[in-house]
Design a protein around this ligand. Structure first.
Ligand SMILES: O=C(O)CCC(=O)C(=O)O
Length: 272
């Protein structure tokens, strides 16, 4: 039977270095999303607990992810909604990771994913440890994948997810100005080439870094179908960006243009 999924991306501001205020905001936004749209799945942006306060991340990160997990599992079961929990800075064995928790509407941890490609332009490689696993999980029988922000620039990585037959790709992000054109183009390309839904949640607002310089984020959280058609897109304001996914469309598109059958793997030499 075809699964219809109502998804909602919470396009919110994030206060840099203020995890408690960000937790309050997440609680408020999830309540608002549930009241407005009764979604099946809610998606949060990247690093919503600390923002990019990387020079203080050792003192600010959530120890073992415990506080975040407790919050997300409670909110998921309270509101009976699956939560793809964006990502948070967590500390484990003295290492900091940019980690996403996925929790089911029953309040169970389904999956956790650590950002694999660290973004040198924002010094992530100096402060964070990368993950080494593809992000694949299942919710309501729907095969899902997750990447975080900069991971989007690696088509071969996302193709590896698609080859595991994922139907929906979640992309929590803090993708800043001025690269809106890259964001839109890459999200659309990933949806078309892999014939899957893409649900991307990007923060909005401006943060002042420890160097005193502002970075602004354009929002534009986006939901795209497996034909590459836009289902919903935010502007640069605080928004709940929501849309309906008809999961069987993935198989329809894959049968109509059988890209996966027509691959010529022997020609693809990815190694340098
Ligand atoms: O690739 C980009 O342009 C943005 C990536 C980014 O901001 C991140 O991964 O945090």
């Amino acid at each position: 039977m075809n699964k219809m999924w109502n998804v909602c991306a919470i396009q919110m501001n994030i206060r840099i270095g203020e995890p408690e205020r960000n937790v309050d905001e997440v609680i408020k936004q999830i309540e608002a999303a549930v009241a407005a749209h009764q979604p099946d799945v809610i998606v949060l942006p990247e690093m919503w607990n600390t923002g990019y306060a990387l020079d203080r991340v050792h003192e600010l990160a959530d120890e073992g992810g415990k506080q975040t997990l407790q919050l997300l599992t409670e909110l998921a079961s309270l509101h009976h909604v699956h939560i793809v929990g964006g990502s948070v800075a967590i500390k484990e064995d003295g290492q900091i990771r940019n980690r996403s928790y996925v929790v089911s509407k029953e309040g169970k941890l389904i999956y956790s994913y650590d950002k694999a490609h660290l973004f040198k332009l924002m010094d992530e490689h100096v402060y964070l440890h990368s993950g080494n696993e593809l992000g694949i999980f299942e919710l309501d029988g729907v095969k899902c994948g997750i990447i975080i922000c900069y991971d989007l620039r690696f088509p071969e990585y996302i193709r590896s997810l698609a080859l595991q037959q994922i139907e929906v790709l979640f992309v929590p992000a803090q993708w800043p100005n001025p690269r809106l054109h890259h964001w839109k183009t890459l999200l659309t390309a990933r949806a078309i080439e892999n014939q899957m839904y893409v649900v991307a949640c990007n923060r909005m607002g401006t943060s002042i870094g420890s160097d005193g310089k502002p970075t602004s984020f354009f929002g534009h959280s986006t939901i795209i179908d497996p034909w590459g058609e836009l289902i919903a897109e935010g502007d640069d304001q605080e928004r709940l960006v929501h849309g309906e996914l008809s999961i069987s469309l993935v198989q329809e598109v894959r049968s109509r243009i059988p890209v996966f059958e027509d691959r010529r793997e022997s020609l693809y030499r990815l190694q340098k």
